[in-house]
Ligand binder design. Structure first.
Ligand SMILES: NC(=O)c1ccc[n+]([C@@H]2O[C@H](COP(=O)([O-])OP(=O)(O)OC[C@H]3O[C@@H](n4cnc5c(N)ncnc54)[C@H](O)[C@@H]3O)[C@@H](O)[C@H]2O)c1
Length: 423
């Protein structure tokens, strides 16, 4: 009978000579095991190479991972933010963030162009903003329902691959992939805003979009949130004196609600927001005859009609030229502060003084006609812009006497052109 033990072993094992007592299957090594492994497998070279690459990356992109608490959904957005030389903290506290992270990209690295949506971009302010964004190389999507805006205001960009124009009413939701949202869509003159619920629904939809795609959102609010102010001049921490049931309240209260929604999306959903409170602004491309005082006076003087002054003409306003406003909006969007910020020209004029400047610019013979004042017309309005000066490094540069002739040139062309452009 065959030996049972031999059945359990393979033949070569049986034949192999038995190893010496101190035998080891692995050769002895001069280095400890991990070091030797690194050297033999050339891992060391890879480790060193990796370290060199990581070092180079951190030198080029300082502060890139400095904000580990950034929401991951906004990673692409912040990547671009870093290249605008500003790194933004997630501003989820109830206190507006006012401190810089200090991180900057080195000189010589160009910022990547952004994709920016401008709602109301075919309107007066919006179209000037679009011009600036296009000029700096961004891709711009204008969303407008042309309620008060005109295609002519942006027609010069049509055909540019970086420009898109979408006819859309912002009271309906819209999905776009963008980095920044300038939300201007809202009729701004009394004759138009009385018929439009844009402020609340439009702002809600655009905040929803900002939240979904991690875009930064800027609301163009208004000095009207101060109502008929008891404080003068108005600072941002003044809460206002607004009639909640008056004829103007759909606009005044609408913008106040829009500000509330903006801050709620910021606090509750970490949306990166900015709020501008715009004071009276004038310039080329304003709607003719829309009930705003500067456009009214200019159009009337050009047509040789009497300028209509409501009330006794002693009520005051401050008038800002549109390019100053656009500069302020861009600084606010690119900066590190939520706001709200007053953006306006503190030069204060009574309506009669304004009429006098219009006379000097257009027609010294122009007449004035007094009418009963409109309901809830604020008696005075003048921005305190200390905050914008300090935190945005912004102040208006163009005086009324410098800016008005630029607007008159544009109005003259449109008033005497009876076609499409005369709106
Ligand atoms: N110009 C000022 O003096 C002034 C002052 C304070 C605040 N603002 C604010 O600035 C923004 C721009 O004002 P503006 O003077 O250029 O006014 P505008 O009327 O010329 O522009 C508003 C634009 O929004 C568009 N729009 C209106 N409702 C819309 C909707 N539901 N969907 C899509 N588009 C819509 C209009 O067609 C127009 O193109 C407004 O939000 C306004 O409240 C302006």
């Amino acid at each position: 009978m065959m030996n049972v033990k031999s059945l359990n072993h393979r033949r070569h094992e049986e034949d192999a000579p038995s190893p010496p007592e101190d035998y080891s299957a692995k050769p002895s090594k001069p280095w400890p095991r991990p070091v030797d492994y690194l050297i033999r497998e050339q891992r060391l070279m890879f480790v060193l190479l990796g370290m060199a690459l990581a070092t180079a990356f951190f030198i080029v992109q300082p502060g890139y991972f400095g904000n580990s608490d950034r929401p991951s959904s906004a990673a692409r957005f912040f990547d671009r933010e870093a290249e605008t030389r500003i790194v933004v903290r997630p501003q989820v506290s109830t206190v507006p963030a006012v401190f810089s992270t200090g991180a900057k990209i080195p000189l010589g690295l160009r910022r990547k162009p952004l994709r920016v949506v401008v709602t109301g971009g075919a309107g007066f302010v919006g179209s000037h903003l679009v011009d600036r964004l296009m000029a700096r190389g961004d891709s711009v999507i204008v969303v407008d329902n042309f309620f008060t805006g005109r295609k002519e205001n942006v027609i010069h960009h049509v055909g540019n691959p970086r420009f898109e124009l979408i006819r859309h009413d912002v009271v309906e939701p819209l999905l776009l992939e963008v980095d920044q949202i300038y939300h201007l869509a809202c009729p701004a003159s009394p004759v138009h805003y009385k018929y439009n619920p844009t402020n609340v629904m439009g702002t809600l939809n655009m905040l929803g979009l900002a939240k979904r795609v991690g875009a930064r959102f800027l609301l163009t609010s208004t000095s009207e949130v101060y109502g008929d102010p008891i404080e003068h001049p108005q600072k941002e921490d003044y809460w206002g004196h607004v009639n909640p049931i008056g004829v103007r309240s759909c606009y005044d209260e609408g913008k106040r609600v829009a500000e509330t929604l903006t801050m709620d999306y910021h606090r509750g959903d970490s949306v990166h927001v900015r709020i501008a409170r715009i004071f009276n602004t004038y310039g080329p491309r304003m709607c003719i005859d829309d009930g705003r005082v500067v456009s009214n006076f200019v159009a009337q003087a050009l047509r040789k009609e009497a300028m209509t002054v409501y009330g006794n003409g002693k009520q005051t306003r401050s008038f800002q030229y549109v390019s100053d406003l656009v500069e302020g909006l861009i600084r606010l969007m690119e900066g590190e502060h939520i706001g709200p910020f007053n953006l306006g020209n503190p030069g204060e004029f009574t309506m009669l003084e304004l009429a006098q400047v219009v006379r000097e610019t257009i027609d010294p013979e122009a007449k004035i006609e007094f009418r009963n004042n409109t309901e809830d017309d604020p008696h005075k309005r003048k921005p305190d812009i200390t905050k914008a000066k300090k935190l945005l490094g912004w102040k208006p540069k163009i005086s009324l006497r410098e800016g008005l002739p630029l607007m008159v040139e544009d109005f003259r062309r449109r008033v005497f052109d009876n076609g499409e452009n005369s709106r």
